[in-house]
Design a binder for this molecule. Structure first.
Ligand code: CAA
Length: 240
C-alpha cells in the first residue's frame, strides 16, 4: 500500500506542484486548503487529488481535519507544511494584526499540523515532516519582519524535531524557496519584482516544480539520514 501524504496549502502555487509531484511518485495525496473553493475544485477536477478545507492557523480545525483525512485515506506518513501567507509592510507601518496573522499561519500552523500526526509517526517508526520555509527566513527582507520571523522560526522547529524524531525513523527538513513564479511573488509591485529578479544569478524566477522536486526527494523512504537539513532552491541568490 502506498504511503499517505498531506500537503497544506496544496491546491495552489508551490503546494499544488508538490501535491502533483508526490502523486506522480506513487504516494496517496491529500491537499488541504484554507479558503479558495474555486481553485480547490479546479485542482481536484484536474488531478483527482482530494481536497480538505481548514485553516492551519486554527489548532482544533487541524486536529479535526487530520482526523478526517486519516479516516478517509489512512495514517499520514508524510506531512508537507507548505501553507503560508504574506502581510508585507515596512516595520513602521506594520500592525499587530499583520504580525499575528503571519505568525499564526506560517509558524503556529506548523505546530498545529505536526503535533497531531507526531505520536502516530513515532508509533509506526516512520515519518517525513517537510516545512516550506523561505529565502527570506534565511536572510530577512525589507517589509517582511513578520514573514521572515515566521520562516526563520520554521527552521528552528525543523532542527529540533529532527533531533527528537531521528531514533523513530522520522525526519524533519526545511526547503527554502527563493523567488518562485507564484501568485504570492506576482503580488509584489512590478518595479520591486524586477529589482529582485536582477539579484538572482539564474536570471529568472523559479518554477513551483523545482521546489516540488526537492520535497519529493526528501519524502523518499531512502532519505532517512537526511534529517534537520535546510535545502535552498533559489537560483544561487543566497548561500547560508
Ligand atoms: N528594498 C528596499 N526598498 C524597498 C524594497 C526593497 N525590497 N521594497 C520597497 N522598498 C521601498 C520603495 O522603493 C519605497 O521607497 P521610496 O519611499 O523611496 O519610494 C518604499 O520602500 C515604500 O515605502 P512605502 O512607505 O510607500 O511602503 P508601502 O507601505 O507602500 O509598502 C511594500 C510597499 C509593501 C513595501 C511593497 O513595496 C512591497 O510589497 N515590497 C516587496 C516586499 C517583498 O519583497 N516581499 C516578498 C514577497 S514574496 C515572498 O515572500 C515569497 C518568498 O518566500 C520569497
Amino acid at each position: 500500500m502506498s504511503r499517505i501524504a498531506l500537503v497544506t496549502g496544496g491546491t495552489r502555487g508551490i503546494g499544488a506542484a508538490i501535491s502533483k509531484s508526490l502523486r506522480a511518485a506513487g504516494y496517496t495525496v491529500a491537499a488541504n486548503y484554507a479558503g479558495n473553493e474555486e481553485a480547490a475544485a479546479k485542482f481536484t477536477g484536474e488531478t483527482g487529488i482530494p481536497t480538505y478545507k481548514w485553516s492551519v492557523a486554527d489548532h482544533d480545525a487541524c486536529v479535526d481535519g487530520i482526523a478526517r483525512v486519516e479516516a478517509d485515506l489512512g495514517p499520514i506518513d508524510i506531512l508537507v507544511n507548505n501553507a503560508g501567507i504574506t502581510r508585507d509592510a515596512p516595520f513602521h507601518k506594520m500592525t499587530r494584526d499583520q504580525w499575528q496573522q503571519v505568525i499564526d499561519t506560517n509558524l503556529s500552523g506548523v505546530f498545529n499540523m505536526t503535533r497531531p500526526v507526531w505520536p502516530g509517526m513515532r508509533e509506526r517508526k516512520f515519518g517525513r515532516v517537510i516545512v516550506i520555509s523561505s529565502i527570506n527566513g534565511q536572510k530577512g527582507q525589507f517589509a517582511q519582519v513578520n514573514y521572515a520571523a515566521s520562516k526563520a522560526g520554521d527552521l528552528g522547529v525543523v532542527k529540533s524535531l529532527a533531533q527528537e524524531g531521528a531514533r523513530y525513523g522520522i525526519t524533519a527538513n526545511a526547503v527554502c524557496p527563493g523567488y518562485i513564479a507564484t501568485e504570492m511573488v506576482m503580488a509584489v509591485p512590478e518595479k520591486v519584482r524586477e529589482s529582485i529578479i536582477a539579484q538572482i544569478p539564474a536570471g529568472r524566477l523559479g518554477r513551483p516544480e523545482e521546489v516540488a522536486r526537492c520535497v519529493t526527494f526528501l519524502a523518499d523512504d531512502d532519505a532517512e539520514f537526511i534529517n534537520g537539513s535546510t535545502i535552498s532552491v533559489n537560483g544561487a541568490q543566497f548561500f547560508v
